[in-house]
Design a protein around this ligand. Structure first.
Ligand code: DGT
Ligand code: CA
Ligand code: CA
Ligand code: ZN
Length: 572
């Protein structure tokens, strides 16, 4: 079965957790966590690299031992070490880590002190009031645990769109090859390009005798079959992701696509319009009395309620129906509109490729320009550049631009916004750059007013071009810092500053809703990948999905402009 990077990362994370529960050497724990991060951010499938005989030890934090383990996982889907640890500790124990407020340390205490091995045991102990008596737990924690265990019984966690993508795409390709299958679409939140998905909803149209249901259940990534019928089935993949399949006749495909793409709120609103016109709309078609009047295409379904086609990313019941009715839907930006990337790193700091390699990768995407924006000195963990090293890099870029054809490199920096709103490098060097990307990497916990004012003070520096990852959030890991985003947007607009939409799958910073207000306020948005590898430049597709969810057209996005126009815009 194909092993994706997500699967490898998950195994390393599990090992890290299990080792921590076992109270192992913290360095060992960290080594596995770092390896998980490296693998999930490397942008190419480790399985492919191994197939091409590439040396994995050139990756940051991957030595001989870990490289060997990656190979074992790719070949066998698992790792003996993981199985040993699970046997030693009790495999169920790790499921406790998903409970809110429980990390490996606390799980270890629950296990040692109360002999708890699984969720059932934890519920029992918490209900008996035993958990609150443990040191470091308390009544509140116990209550939280009970609430969360009640909650997680139904809801499963959501996963990043980017993590779902490899399985979604390979499942689709696999189903397309099944005899008798005509169309396959991954619908649901995946098609709407939400930043996270709860499960995958696959629709298939096929001939009557197609073996698609058998094949669906027999797919190599399937771990467990939840239900299997003639027209619908549900399975769970090894990664834990649930997948629903619905099989429909071709004449209903459009109606089903509309129904299962959602969102639910959008569907309900469309159905209501239908009702007011005497029409019934469900997953099989649009009906007038008993007579089916549409259903083969989505366009047809919308036409019956007098609406133009509405793009999936807009279907959230956030005003798209009214806009459609008034012929005021935006012409959404596409990947082809993007002319370059304005945030990228090289191995001078924490990137993994040279400037030349990054330029080559951008050229392969047919970009006109790529901004090299390594970290500034304050970010010591990333080996940030001081003025001297930056000047050296600028010299290299000038020389490289002489040689390169078809792509221009912009000399830039991702400069830290210091706690007082000053920038981490002097104006004397910022002045000589083509582009200055600014970001917050410290003091996340300032009060909202202070944080907002700190950032606006930084924008007062006339070399400030782009505010990177404006909210600082990391999906599932870090809350956004407190900041008045609309005030930031207005301040940026007044000063000729742009806001970044960072396309790293776990950042996706700004949100769809924030992007829509950026458009309303009229501040320019830059869609960037913050690439740390050449292949990361392909994260642009996630930014585009998010931008479309935020109603953005090509015109709203700065890096759809030609290089000449961009240069003008960067001069404040
Ligand atoms: P997810 O999986 O949580 O990321 O979000 P979705 O949007 O993929 O939701 P899901 O998988 O529960 O259902 C897929 C689509 O099916 C959903 O977007 C709309 C449709 N759907 C599900 N339940 C209902 C319902 O009760 N009424 C209507 N009108 N549509 C529904
Ligand atoms: Ca879904
Ligand atoms: Ca579903
Ligand atoms: Zn960056």
């Amino acid at each position: 079965m194909p092993v994706h990077n997500v699967d490898i990362a998950r195994i390393f994370e599990q090992i890290g957790d299990l080792l921590e529960i076992e109270d192992a050497n913290p360095f060992r724990v960290r080594a596995y966590r770092n390896a998980a991060r490296t693998v999930s951010s490397m942008g190419r499938e480790a399985a492919d690299l191994i197939a091409e005989n590439e040396d994995l030890t050139s990756l940051a934090g991957i030595g001989k031992d870990l490289a060997g383990k990656i190979k074992t996982i790719v070949e066998t889907g698992t790792l003996p070490l993981l199985e040993e640890l699970e046997k030693g500790i009790g495999g169920e124990l790790t499921t406790l880590l998903d409970v809110e407020g429980l990390g490996p340390k606390r799980v270890a205490i629950l296990h040692k002190e109360l002999g708890i091995n699984d969720r059932k045991g934890l519920i029992k102990a918490a209900e008996a009031g035993k958990v609150r008596e443990l040191s470091g737990f308390g009544r509140k924690t116990e209550q939280k645990i009970l609430e969360d265990l009640g909650r997680v019984k139904e809801g499963r966690g959501r996963i990043l769109l980017a993590e779902a993508e490899p399985s979604a795409e390979s499942y689709r390709d696999y189903l397309k090859k099944v005899e008798g299958v005509k169309e396959v679409t991954v619908a649901g939140s995946y098609r709407r390009r939400r930043e996270t998905v709860g499960d995958l909803d696959i629709l298939v149209s096929c001939t009557k005798n197609s073996p698609v249901m058998e094949k669906f259940a027999a797919y190599e990534e399937v771990a467990r079959i939840i239900s299997k019928g003639d027209t619908r089935s549900t399975v769970v993949l090894h990664s834990g992701l649930h997948v629903d399949l619905r099989v429909l006749p071709e004449a209903s495909y459009g109606a089903a696509l509309h129904y299962f793409t959602g969102s639910k709120a959008h569907n309900i609103a469309v159905r209501k319009i239908g009702v007011s016109g005497g029409l019934k709309i469900n997953e099989y078609g649009v009906y007038k009395g008993k007579k089916k009047v549409a259903g083969a295409t989505e366009r047809e379904v919308y036409a019956k309620v007098d609406l133009p086609y509405i793009e999936p990313e807009l279907r959230e019941d956030r005003g798209e129906i009214e806009a459609a009715r008034n012929n005021a839907l935006p012409e959404l930006i596409t990947l082809a509109d993007i002319k370059g990337d304005l945030h990228s790193h090289t191995n001078a700091t924490d990137g993994k490729n040279t400037i030349e390699e990054m330029a080559q990768a951008a050229k392969e995407l047919d970009y006109e320009y790529l901004a090299v924006t390594d970290h500034s000195r304050r970010v010591t963990v990333a080996n940030g550049l001081d003025e001297g090293r930056l000047r050296e890099q600028m010299g290299k870029i000038d020389a490289l631009n002489e040689k390169l054809s078809g792509i221009s490199l912009l000399k830039g920096i991702e400069v830290d916004i210091l706690s007082d709103g000053k920038l981490d490098l002097p104006d004397s060097v910022l002045r000589d750059l083509d582009i200055v990307v600014c970001s917050v990497h410290s003091k996340f916990n300032l009060a909202g007013d202070e944080q907002t004012e700190r950032i606006i003070r930084a924008m007062d520096n006339k070399y400030f071009n782009i505010l990177a990852h404006p909210s600082g959030r990391m999906l599932g890991k870090r809350q956004p810092y407190e900041v008045d985003m609309e005030r930031l947007m207005r301040a940026a607009k007044e000063r000729g500053v742009f806001l970044e939409l960072n396309s790293q799958p776990e950042r996706m910073d700004l949100t769809d809703i924030q992007l829509k207000s950026a458009k309303e306020i009229g501040v320019g948005v830059v869609i960037s990948t913050d690439a740390h590898w050449g292949t990361n430049l392909n994260y642009m597709r996630f930014g585009i999905g998010q931008a479309r969810r935020g109603w953005l057209a090509a015109d709203d996005v700065v890096n759809t402009r030609s290089l000449a126009e961009l240069r003008r815009l960067l001069k404040r």
